[in-house]
Design a protein around this ligand. Structure first.
Ligand code: PLP
Length: 389
């Protein structure tokens, strides 16, 4: 029987939100039994100390709701890290909010700043989530398309868009999918324009410790940006715990209070036992971070030459763990190229269209993830070499 409610329309925001092409690529990867170089999830183990700490926290019955703003000891450790690694002094009491992944952090940041119709600048190719996250709050994306291999940002590109009027800009450094690491000159340029035109910045710094060339600079540390920046960060990538869903935001007490109100009603708190375990991660020594970046560099250097040899013109990433390539020799468009690669070479990658302006069907590119065991990457390289175009 058809009920009256079935004829009711769903919300515009639900209808405008498309399924993730990254997760879709993972699904057909499974169907073909292909090697998954699509989704950014490591196939190697999480550090043992973290697994032990999580087990201990659950056994100790730390299983109920946590403090909504985040376990205080974890917030204090984040404040220490911010001062040590980012040269930013933060009050853990009022300026740090622990949430369910950088994903939630980004959403509450946008919900706190953006009203329907507000314009938000993003740099293309961008992390896939930014568009659906903007759709949810009714924000209108303004795009600046960057060009490989440097993905450089200049005053000439920025000024017209700032002049036109934007409420916020999202900076992702190191960036997914390009591996761009924003330079101090570029960040100072953004900082100058944000102040001149009274614009907020949201910085997605989830890959901050995965840098091969250049250095990670937090925009919030640049003069004049302390009060108009929301830092979004998390534990997923640095500590190989993408499934734990732990992230955090940093902003002034006023902005944090707004984000905390929203966060509280969306998720109440991030997982309590895992916050306790994450404190262990915050005390890993410098060596952990150095070795992690070296490990990823080695993985990059296994995959990159193979992609170059295949004629995919890969762009060498300076950070994060993805390689952006051309795919026009594989098929006439990115979706067909990704599908062909998964079906015939048994290697899944993500079509570049999902990191691009919705009208840019012509983007014929693929993103390969190398957060995988060396043996997985080597097996993928072998498969790729067998495919003849
Ligand atoms: N931001 C970027 C740029 C990412 O690439 C990802 C995951 O791939 C996220 C945020 C999601 O982070 P989290 O797992 O903390 O939600």
């Amino acid at each position: 029987m058809i009920t009256a409610s079935l004829s009711l329309a769903l919300s515009q925001r639900a209808m405008q939100t498309k399924e993730s092409q990254i997760r879709e690529a993972s699904r057909y990867c499974e169907k073909f039994g292909a090697i998954n170089l699509a989704q950014g999830l490591p196939d190697f183990p999480t550090p043992q100390a973290l697994k032990d700490a999580a087990r201990e926290a659950i056994a100790a019955d730390l299983n109920q709701y946590a403090d909504s703003w985040g376990w205080v000891k974890l917030r204090e450790a984040i404040a220490e890290k911010m001062q040590r690694d980012n040269q930013i002094v933060v009050d853990p009491e009022t300026e740090i909010t622990v949430c369910c992944g950088a994903t939630e952090g980004l959403n509450v940041a946008l919900m706190s700043l953006i009203d329907p119709g507000d314009r938000v600048l993003i740099f293309e190719p961008f992390y896939e989530n930014y568009i659906p996250n903007l759709v949810t709050v009714g924000g209108i994306p303004e795009f600046i398309r960057l060009q490989p291999p440097q993905w450089e940002v200049t005053a000439e590109m920025l000024e017209p868009i700032f002049k036109k009027g934007i409420k916020a800009v999202i900076i992702n450094s190191p960036a997914n999918p390009t591996g761009k690491v924003w330079t101090r000159i570029e960040l100072e340029l953004i900082a100058k324009l944000c102040q001149q035109y009274d614009v907020y910045a949201i910085t997605d710094e989830i890959y901050e410790y995965i840098v091969y060339e250049g250095e990670h600079i937090s925009l919030m540390s640049i003069e004049g940006m302390r009060d108009r920046t929301i830092v979004v960060n998390g534990f997923s990538k640095t500590f190989c715990i993408t499934g734990w869903r732990l992230g955090y935001t940093i902003a002034t007490p006023e902005i944090s209070a707004a984000m905390r109100r929203i966060h509280d009603f969306i998720t109440i708190s991030a997982p309590a036992p895992l916050q306790h375990a994450a404190l262990t991660a915050m005390h890993f020594g410098r060596e952990y971070f150095t070795n992690m970046a070296l490990d990823y560099k080695r993985k990059r250097d296994i995959l990159f030459p193979a992609l170059a040899e295949m004629g995919l013109s890969p762009v060498l990433p300076k950070g994060a763990y993805y390689i952006w390539t051309d795919s026009s020799i594989i098929a006439k468009d990115a979706n067909s190229a990704a599908f062909r690669l998964a079906k015939e070479a048994l290697v899944a990658a993500v079509p570049g269209t999902c990191f691009s302006h919705p009208d840019r069907e012509k983007v014929n590119a693929l993103r390969f993830c190398f957060a995988k065991k060396d043996s997985t990457i080597e097996a993928a390289v072998e498969n790729l070499r067998r495919l003849k175009f």
